[in-house]
Design a protein around this ligand. Sequence first.
Ligand code: GTP
Ligand code: SPV
Ligand code: MN
Length: 626
Amino acid sequence: LASCNVEFLNQVRGLSALNGDLRDLPPKLKSYVEENVRLCQPETIHICDGTDVENSKLLKLMQQQGTIVPLPKYENCWLARTNPADTARVESKTFICTDTKSETIPSPKAGVKGALGNWMSPHDMDKAINERFTGCMRGRTMYIVPFSMGPVTSPLSKIGIEITDSPYVVASMRIMTRMGLPVLEKLLKGAEFVKCLHSVGTPSNGIIENPSWPCDPERTIILHRPKNNEIVSYGSGYGGNSLLGKKCFALRIGSTIARREGWLAEHMLILGITSPSGKKRYIAAAFPSACGKTNLAMMTPSLPGYKIECVGDDIAWMRFDKNGVLRAINPENGFFGVAPGTSRSSNPIAMDTIFKNTLFTNVASTSDGGVFWEGMEKEVSSNMEITDWRGNNWKMGQSKTPAAHPNSRFCTPAKQCPIIDPAWEHPEGVPISAILFGGRRPAGVPLVYEARNWNHGVFIGATMRSEATAAAEHKGKVVMHDPFAMRPFFGYNFGDYLSHWLSMKERSDNLPKIFHVNWFRKDANGKFLWPGFGENSRVLDWILRRLDNEDCARDTPIGLIPKENSLNLEGIEENIDVKELFDLPKQFWMEEVDSVAKYFDEQVGDDLPKEITKQLNELKKNVQSM
Ligand code: GTP
Ligand code: SPV
Ligand code: MN
C-alpha cells in the first residue's frame, strides 16, 4: 500500500461507490487528499457528505468498535469513554510554526520559560509530521470532512477540510460545524480552504491499549502553519485537539487571518439581551476555558423583564462594518460544553438543549440508560446504579473520585437551544455593544468594573488572570495569566496581537464599551460571595445602563464600579456582602500590579506596545495613591 494513490484507490477499490468520487473533487482539494493518502496510507477513503444516512452508518460503526454506547433514555444520544490519558487539550504539545520565532511568540527574558505559546521551526514541523504520519492510517478509513466555520452563505465564514481517521471526529464535526455537500459545492466554485490533517495515531510500539479509543498520548502533537493555512494534529481524539475547526482553526489560524484582514478572532461567547423596556443589544465575553461562557450565553435571568438569547458560547469572529459597527458571527454550529456543574438549577437552558442528538464524552452513565455528572445529584434517584467515566461502579457519597471527568463534555447542535437567537445565523453578524473580560479570581477583583476607554479596556484584557481549570493539563488551582482568555490560542506574537487590538480604535467612532467581571470572588471561608448564574443578569443590567450613559458608576483606581446602591439587588435571596464584593484591598492591588509588570517584563519584553506600558504605569500610580 506504500505506493497507493488516489486514482489507484478510486479504481481498484471502487471508492467512488463507497462515498463520493475523488475524481470530482476540485483540483486543490484533490491534490491535498492525494498527498496525504500517500503519507498516511489508509485502507479506504470516505468523502463525507454530511447526510443522515452517512451519520447513522458512522454511529453504527462506532458502536461496533466500542467507541460509543447508546443512551436509550434519550433520543439519539451517545456516550464515548476515552482513553483516560486523552481527556483534555495538551497546551505543552501545541506549536505554531513560522520562519522566525518572533513571529509566533515574544522572546521571554533569559532563563524564563515562555508562557505565551510554543514555536517550532518549519524543518522541525516537517520532521514531526513525517515521524508520526507515515503509514499512520494503515488498515483504517481516511475521512475527508468538508466544513464551514460560520453559516455557509456568510461572507465572514471560512472553509476547512479535515482529513481524519476518527469516525468520532467526523460525527462531532457534523455537530460543531456546517459539514458536507453544501461546503463541497462552495469549494467547487473555487473557495479556498484551511488544511486540517488529523490522526488518532498508533503508539510507536504498535500496541493500541484501548482499541475503542485509539490514541498516542506520548507522541501527541498539535501543529499550525499560519503561512499555509495549515493544521496538523496527531495522537489525540479529544475536543480541541481533534475537532480542528474549533481552537486550531477558528482561533489560532483564525487570529492570524484576522490580523491580515483587519478583524478579530476571539475566545468569546455572544449573547443577545433584551431589557424590560424592549431594547435589544448584543454582548461578547471572553472568559478562559471552563470559566462560565456557556453558562452566561444561556443564562436564565433572575431579574424580571430581561430576556437572554444565545448566539454562541465559545468563539466570536468580529469585524467593523462600513458604518463602524462591530459585527460578530459565531463560527460554530454546536456547543462543546463542560458537563459537570450543568443542572436544572444552574443552567436549565442547557439541560433543555442536550438530551437529543448529543454526543457525550467522559460523563458517567446510569442504569436506566441516562447520564450523570457532578451537579446532577438532585436529578437522579438515589437507588440508580451509576457507572463512572472510566466504566467502574460508582456510589454517590461513597466513591472518592468524581463520577464524570471534570472536563467531560456534551457536543450538541446549537439550533436545539430553546433560546438560540433569531439572528444567530445572519450572514452579516450581530452588532456588539459591549465586550466583557473575566476569570476566576478568588480574591481582590470586584464583581464588575468598567474600562475608562478603549486602550484601558485592551489593557484590562491583557492583564486577565484566572485559576487553572480541568480544560487543559495544568494541575491545581494556581492563578495563571490568561490575556484575553487567549493564552492557549494565540496564532501569533502576543505583542502584535495587542497592537492589533489597539489599532481597532481607528476603525470606529462607535466602539463597544469594555468591562471586567468576576463571578468567583470568595470570602474568608472559601465560599463564593456572589451566587452567579442567573443572578449575573444584575451585572448585565448595570452594564446596559452604562451603555445608556446612566450616571451609575464611580471612578476607582482600577476603573469604574457601580455607585452605592446602583447594582439592582432587589429580590435576591442570598445575603450579599456588597462591600466585600467591591472591596479593593490596596495590598492586593500592589501585588497585582507587580505581578503584571513582572509578567510583561519576563514574557513580552520589547514586544509590549508602549500604550500598554503607559496604562500599567497609570494603574500603578493610581494604586499607590489608594
Ligand atoms: P469552555 O467550554 O472550556 O471554554 O468553558 P466555558 O467558559 O464555557 O465554561 P462553562 O460555562 O461551561 O462553566 C464552567 C464551570 O463554571 C461549570 O462547572 C459551571 O457550573 C461554572 N460556572 C459557570 N458560571 C458560573 C457562575 O456564575 N458562578 C459560579 N460559581 N460558577 C459558574
Ligand atoms: C476550551 O478548552 O476552551 C474548550 C474545550 O472550549 S476544547 O474544545 O477542548 O478546547
Ligand atoms: Mn472554550
